[in-house]
Ligand binder design. Structure first.
Ligand SMILES: *Cc1c(COP(=O)(O)O)cnc(C)c1O
Length: 407
């Protein structure tokens, strides 16, 4: 077999993406102001961010970042185990553990790195990780990197999870699930999964990237909402870049497990510590998320409003009560066309296509936040219905294929 050159390889992959309307492009934001973004010189109302509580530009959060940066600098300097660990990191870890009601927390550079850490540090070739089919890509990648056996059960199916675990009684076992599913917005059946974990002596790990700050009492997430604690869910992931408006992540849970991660997880040890100023910003954000309950009002109320209006207009929704409210489009091109019409109308909504979601399940992933008002949401839903009608006409009219639809 002849050696393939890198150019042949990437050209072929590109052609395939073009042919299947799966080209991916970055859009450049030149200015952000609350829910408004300037993109290509136009101001758009943003419905695709994850700043659910509107904290990323809060004056206290930005002020804490500036203040800490002016004293401690911009960088993390080294990894935590060398000389990068700072008292501000300690303070944030304590605050997160206290908020989420767990013995200990450990900071990571990102949620992706934290997921790699948890699975790689705990599971090896002999072990098994069972995961929901719709889990975030970082959990899947983590199991692959760990080299453990990976089994995926049907979405939100605790029975499926127990069947797979029964079939593999040897080795250590972990059940890993998103708390709120990032592309669907529904919540995992955590109480059932906790029962399965107990019966099967498996470790239940909940990635609550989209639940922390938003769901549960005091925004403590889906685990607290299900009235579970560290005894049932020994480890959970809180990301700092979504509802908390910053960057980074923390794994929170059992002190022994957290200690093990801190000393053995490769994506903890071999990477630079989060900049202390970033930790200071999150510390301020956690205090706001914990105490300013009204910040959750809109993320709690707007989904109901948007669903009611969407259903009246015949849009296809998923079974979600969270601020993630996807509108199903079916095929990829249709999702792209609709996103384009929305942009013309002044709304920014991401068209999510495979492989991020399963084949035939392309969607507009709408996210609602404290930054949106009721009128914004009504306007968006009307614009989506209009975009759908236009896409239907486009379909029966001129053939629209390929690059023309892709910016
Ligand atoms: C965003 C996300 C992550 C990754 O977190 P980052 O901090 O952005 O790397 C992990 N899991 C889920 C479910 C997510 O939505």
């Amino acid at each position: 077999m002849a050696r393939a050159t890198w150019r042949e390889r990437i050209d072929a992959a590109r052609e395939q993406r073009v042919a299947s309307a799966r080209v991916r492009v970055r859009r450049t934001v030149t200015q952000r102001d609350g829910a408004r973004c300037v993109v290509d010189g136009r101001s758009l109302l943003n419905f695709c961010g994850n700043d659910y509580l509107g904290l990323s530009q809060h004056f206290a959060v930005v002020g804490a970042l500036q203040d800490a940066a002016s004293r401690e600098g911009a960088g993390g300097v080294a990894s935590h185990l060398v000389c990068g660990h700072h008292a501000i990191h300690d303070a944030l870890e304590r605050e997160l553990a206290d908020w989420l009601g767990a013995p200990r927390a450990l900071l990571f550079g990102s949620g992706y790195l934290a997921n790699l850490a948890v699975i790689q540090a705990l599971l090896g070739d002999e072990d098994v990780c069972v995961q929901d089919r719709l889990n975030h890509a970082s959990l899947i990648d983590a199991a692959r990197l760990a080299g453990c056996r990976l089994r995926r059960y049907p979405h939100a199916d605790a029975e499926g999870a127990i069947r797979q675990l029964r079939g593999m009684p040897e080795g250590m076992a972990m059940i890993a699930t998103d708390g709120v599913f990032s592309m669907d917005g529904d919540v995992a059946p955590l109480r059932e999964l906790a029962l399965v974990a107990r019966v099967q002596k498996a470790l239940l790990y909940v990635d609550d990237a989209h639940g922390i700050g938003v769901a549960g009492p005091d925004g403590r997430g889906t685990v607290a909402a299900a009235k579970l604690g560290t005894a049932d869910v020994p480890l959970q992931l809180a990301t700092l870049g979504k509802a908390l408006g910053g960057y980074g992540a923390a794994v929170v849970g059992d002190a022994g497990l957290i200690g093990h991660l801190a000393e053995t997880a490769r994506s903890y040890i071999y990477t630079t510590a989060l900049p202390p100023a970033q930790a200071a910003a999150t510390l301020a954000a956690v205090k706001l998320a914990r105490n300013e309950h009204w910040r959750r009002n809109k993320p709690e109320e707007l989904p109901g409003r948007s669903r009611e209006r969407s259903q009246r207009l015949g849009l296809e929704l998923l079974d979600s009560q969270t601020p993630i409210q996807p509108v199903m489009c079916g095929d990829d091109e249709r999702a792209l066309t609709m996103a384009q019409s929305l942009e013309q109308a002044g709304y920014w909504v991401a068209a999510i296509r495979p492989p991020t979601v399963p084949e035939g399940r392309a969607r507009l992933r709408v996210t609602l936040s404290a930054l949106h008002g009721a009128g914004d949401v009504d306007g968006l839903v009307d614009a989506i219905a209009y975009a759908r009608d236009r896409a239907n006409i486009g379909r029966t009219g001129l053939p629209e294929r390929g690059l023309a639809l892709v910016r």
